[in-house]
Ligand binder design. Structure first.
Ligand SMILES: Cc1cc2nc3c(=O)[nH]c(=O)nc-3n(C[C@H](O)[C@H](O)[C@H](O)COP(=O)(O)OP(=O)(O)OC[C@H]3O[C@@H](n4cnc5c(N)ncnc54)[C@H](O)[C@@H]3O)c2cc1C
Length: 531
């Protein structure tokens, strides 16, 4: 995970990689890991930071998708449940089972959802995370102490997985590098190289220096999330759009709004969606929405209507009513949903993944979900092998540990996400105990972690540290702004930058983070909508 070395190798121009991946989210990183593990030479470039896009803005569920079960999509649910089990096995430091409780306010809700969740358990088979059960009203309140009790008749408990999305992305990047891949963040694809009508590389731009250079490969995989159509148009200027973009928003509330260990699942909101209130890193994540026809953007903003929708539902189901001032952070993510003729709204579009090859052999991977990233990667590398006659080497990722894989041990809760890397962070603190200082009293992040992020996880900016290596921006946006100067100082020293650079970093970060705080000017921004 040394960016300078990676760039030197990419810029050298002497190498023709077997596979070049554009996009460093779940899809692209998964593809790089799968291909490198098969023994191919692999490069991956990401225009911003790893997981800057949708892959750091999910609901943090590793799940089969209860909603898809209700839609009768049994094969999708089964495949996702299998992947859920594999992810727990391969990244036990990041994935864990959580009890979810559906509160029922009608007599039929109990038997109806108990039946559905039993089916969910059965579909999971040996990958089950725990047996679902029907709860009495008293038991429901025991598990959800602040649930609205007026009209409550019963509850249904089931188990699903939770994870830390951007930490998994960083660990996948590290896994890919350990398998021999060359990865660089802040390196954008700005064009495609074509010879005799076939894509055989990209023009890349090092975003930090502005330098442009070609990277050659036998096959290029377009894994750019909601931006896949931009890359497809480099290939075919008149290509019909493949994805529809829909926005999902989450609010983060203090944990007091739902104490206990269980998550709340609302199976049917007023617009027919599923809504969750999930304990995560000691706060409560509530969401999500589904706003269709949003324009692709790297830093999408929540709409006022989405914020109101989530707050209204939280007030309906919780005894303590959250207001805007309780919100610690608001984040928006964009779904790349594959277009299907005749689908009227984005909630009905497929969450399954799609792989298409253009006439000039650009391979595009899109759709799917975080939970199924491994299977998506396996499928796209199989396709790549066929497309450019690489031969066939079977995927070996089903039982392959991801960087950091270690059973949770007695380390402090906030360090568990580092898995086996905890030893390295502890060694930094042993050598200099002052590094055990928190960057802010309300954030668990220690200075030693920031050093680790820069030295071993390719963090380049204050945002990389506070938004994706740690989750400070999501957990408490205001506190993260106060912490920014400390983080900038550590980064500047490590990266050999001056005070002006650090000041500019703090300014840029503070501006961005204000967009994650309700009531701040920039949070009110309305995302551009497609007509
Ligand atoms: C609100 C919401 C909640 C979700 N919740 C869950 C959940 O709980 N569980 C689950 O399993 N799934 C969930 N998903 C789905 C999951 O998050 C996505 O399927 C997944 O993150 C998509 O990853 P990706 O790599 O395809 O896209 P992205 O993560 O967006 O990655 C694409 C990357 O490509 C880069 N890129 C774009 N253009 C270029 C270029 N020209 N050059 C270089 N790089 C480029 C971008 O910067 C970006 O980082 C959720 C999605 C949303 C929107």
């Amino acid at each position: 995970m040394k960016r300078d070395k990676a760039l030197d190798r990419l810029r050298a121009g002497s190498e023709i990689f077997d596979i070049l991946v554009v996009g460093g989210g779940a899809s692209g990183l998964g593809a790089a890991v799968d291909a490198a593990a098969r023994g191919y030479s692999v490069a991956l470039i990401e225009q911003d930071d790893f997981a800057k896009g949708t892959s750091s803005r999910s609901t943090k569920l590793v799940h089969g998708g209860v909603r898809y079960l209700a839609q009768g999509n049994v094969s999708l649910v089964m495949s996702a449940l299998r992947e859920r089990g594999r992810l727990l096995q391969n990244a036990p430091h990041l994935v864990y089972a959580t009890p979810f409780v559906i509160p029922n306010y009608s007599w039929w809700g109990g038997p109806y959802y108990a039946f559905g969740m039993t089916l969910y358990d059965l579909l999971a088979g040996r990958w089950s995370f725990g047996r679902s059960k029907l709860l009495s009203k008293a038991q429901t309140v025991e598990h959800l102490p602040t649930v609205e009790t007026k009209g409550l008749s019963s509850g249904v408990m089931y188990y699903d997985g939770q994870f830390d999305d951007s930490r998994l992305a960083i660990n996948l990047a590290q896994t890919a590098v350990e398998k021999g891949a060359v990865l660089a963040n802040y390196c954008a694809c700005v064009g495609l190289i074509k010879e005799r009508g076939v894509v055989c590389g990209v023009f890349a731009r090092d975003v930090e220096s502005g330098q442009e250079f070609p990277i050659r490969a036998k096959v290029v995989i377009n894994a750019t999330g909601v931006f896949v159509d931009e890359l497809r148009r480099f290939d075919e200027p008149n290509a019909e759009p493949l994805v529809a973009v829909s926005q999902g928003v989450h609010l983060v509330l203090p944990r007091e709004f739902l104490p206990g260990n269980s998550a709340l699942m609302i199976p049917k909101t007023s617009d027919g969606r599923v809504l969750f209130a999930i304990p995560w890193h000691n706060q409560l994540v509530v969401g999500t929405t589904d706003t269709p026809n949003v324009k692709a953007a790297l830093e999408p903003r929540a709409l006022k209507s989405e914020i109101d929708f989530i707050l209204e539902h939280a007030r309906q189901y919780l005894t303590r009513d959250p207001s805007e001032k309780d919100v610690l952070s608001v984040f928006a993510g964009l779904r790349p949903l594959v277009k299907k003729a005749g689908a009227s709204n984005t909630a009905a579009l497929s969450r399954d993944h799609t792989i298409i090859a253009s006439a000039s052999k650009l391979l595009t991977l899109t759709g799917g979900k975080w939970t199924t990233y491994r299977k998506m990667a396996e499928d796209v590398i199989n396709q790549a092998e066929q497309l450019v006659s690489l031969g066939h080497r079977p995927s070996i990722t089903t039982n392959m540990p991801i960087h950091g894989a270690a059973e949770p041990s007695s380390v402090p809760a906030h360090l568990r996400v580092y898995g086996s890397d905890v030893a390295g962070i502890s060694a930094l603190i042993s050598a200099d105990p002052s590094l055990n200082t928190q960057v802010h009293p309300d954030l668990s992040l220690r200075q030693a972690e920031v050093l680790w992020h820069v030295r071993h996880e390719m963090a380049r900016t204050v945002e990389d540290v506070l938004a994706r290596r740690s989750r400070a921006l999501l957990l408490n946006a205001r506190a993260s702004i106060v912490a920014a100067p400390t983080v900038a100082r550590i980064l500047a020293k490590e990266l050999g930058r001056d005070a002006a650079w650090a000041d500019a970093q703090v300014k840029a970060y503070s501006e961005l983070a204000r967009g994650w705080i309700l009531g701040e000017k920039s949070a009110a921004a309305q995302p551009a909508r497609n007509s």
